[in-house]
Design a protein around this ligand. Structure first.
Ligand SMILES: Nc1ncnc2c1ncn2[C@@H]1O[C@H](COP(=O)(O)OP(=O)(O)OP(=O)(O)O)[C@@H](O)[C@H]1O
Ligand SMILES: [Mg+2]
Length: 271
């Protein structure tokens, strides 16, 4: 059977997505299509639903999807749990990473990568192919390779996950996780927040190095600054649970100059 992504089906489609938390409707009909290789930026005022959207894509159980669908390579992912989504190639870097005391970075990453590899290997074997086993030695080799790529210090791997990590170190850790998991679709929620100027450049260079023409990417950000480093193909503005405007990179410059005032006034005039 042909891969759905090769016969004209967009890689990732969010269609009329409505979602609530505790009976409060947060997303009110979100539409977004991301093709292979595209970089999309989502901007929007605080509380407009950007993180909610990212969490729902990742499969966070707290949110209830009340209408609409999310298709990944032609399949509706709302039927998959969070693990399955990750195994199939979706990746979300959280705005507020959780602390997992007592688990080292390397161990956490090894578990995450092993699970993903195992699921992918099973799928390949089910289709009659063969896959070399993913050994601890192979993991260490891969980890060293990716850490070098991201210019990360070796000592980083033995640190305990997020415990005592500075804001910038957490963000780098997320990018390392992304490098190891090699997702098809990555959603980065405020990867730029809390980074100093140098770290912003290093993390952005890392993201650019990892991005390829098969990978779709969604960057949630408040500032044009990040988009100077990671050039988006499309910029979307989310307000009150809907994408109210979409355009090219110039839209982010427009926002930087004039804030949300003009867009909010236009919306108010329409309603
Ligand atoms: N777990 C939750 N319980 C109750 N309300 C929530 C929860 N998560 C989000 N909300 C509400 O949903 C709305 C959207 O929040 P969300 O975090 O998605 O916004 P955002 O666009 O990411 O904002 P920011 O730019 O500040 O990160 C807000 O009004 C928020 O208070
Ligand atoms: Mg947010």
């Amino acid at each position: 059977m042909a891969d759905a992504s090769t016969n004209g089906t967009p890689m990732f489609v969010i269609e009329n997505l409505h979602a609530s938390i505790e009976d409060k409707e947060i997303l009110k009909g979100v539409n977004l299509t991301v093709n292979e290789g595209e970089i999309h930026a989502i901007m929007g005022p605080n509380g407009s639903g950007k993180s909610t959207l990212a969490n729902i894509v990742a499969g966070h159980p707290a949110y209830e999807v009340t209408d609409g669908a999310i298709y990944y390579k032609g399949e509706n992912i709302l039927e998959w749990d969070a693990d399955e989504r990750a195994q199939k190639g979706l990746f979300l870097a959280f705005q507020y990473p959780t602390v997992i005391p007592g688990v080292s970075m390397a161990n956490f990453l090894r578990m995450a990568v092993t699970n993903t590899r195992k699921a992918r290997a099973e799928a390949i074997e089910a289709a009659g192919g063969t896959v070399a086993p993913f050994t601890p030695r192979e993991f260490r080799r891969l980890m060293r390779e990716k850490m070098a790529l991201l210019k990360m210090d070796d000592a980083f791997a033995t640190r305990y996950l997020n415990e005592g990590f500075s804001g910038g170190e957490k963000k780098r850790a997320e990018i390392l996780q992304m490098a190891l998991l090699e997702p098809s679709l990555a959603i980065l929620d405020e990867t730029d927040s809390g980074l100093d100027i140098d770290a912003l450049r290093v993390v952005s260079e890392g993201v650019n190095t990892l991005h390829n023409d098969k990978m779709g990417m969604v960057l949630i950000t408040h500032y044009q600054r990040l988009l100077d480093y990671i050039k988006p193909d499309f910029v979307h503005i989310m307000v009150k649970g809907q994408v109210v405007r979409s355009g090219g990179p110039e839209l982010a410059h427009e926002l930087e100059a004039g804030g949300y005032e003009t867009i909010l006034a236009e919306l108010a005039a329409k309603s």
